[in-house]
Ligand binder design. Sequence first.
Ligand code: SAH
Length: 202
Amino acid sequence: MVEDQLVARGITDARVLDAMLHVPRHMFVDAALASHAYQDSSLPIGEGQTISQPYMVAKMSQLLNLEGHERVLEIGTGCGYQTAVLSRLCRRVYSIERIPSLSERARRNLRAARHANVMLTCADGTLGWKEYAPFDAVLAAAGGSEVPDAWIHQLRDGGVLVMPLGSGSSHVLIRLRKRGAEIIEERFDACTFVPLIAGRGA
Ligand code: SAH
């Protein structure tokens, strides 16, 4: 997976490659799908949601340029796989999931994989997590047509935000950098993500 899907497509950050090598992706999907865990695609995780393709997890992680000291806000915990990768790259991950059953499952997965520097909550991630702001980086694993104001407000000056931006299932990966009152935007890969939905799920 690391050589064929990541290095071959331009993932060069050695810390990201190391994290992708060490997080056991098969532990985050259903047992019935475990034999497909390392294939080049997203996979269903229940509730109509998906675990992102390995390349997308690596690409988004690389775009954050993490060094190890950061506090990162993640929106869309899903099964907790991206959370686990991030937790190896930064000091602490604060991850929000709107669907209670997925949030609980991510908690079990992350405990089993022994990732301790992670805080999870079940809430509407479009509001961010004010209590722990400001964050050095924000990563969203669900796509929306605009960047929620709360994420920009809760990003520290100099911080980086990565998300899929667009409508329907057609998105482009964007990176925003906050420099004082200025926001610098860059665009990367075209991609397909599940939608960012405001409000907590049932
Ligand atoms: N990185 C995850 C991908 C999960 S898919 C993984 O590795 O499994 C994206 C997730 O975003 C879904 O679980 C979906 O329920 C969640 N989501 C969508 N809108 C949300 C919101 N407003 N707040 C929190 N989570 C949200």
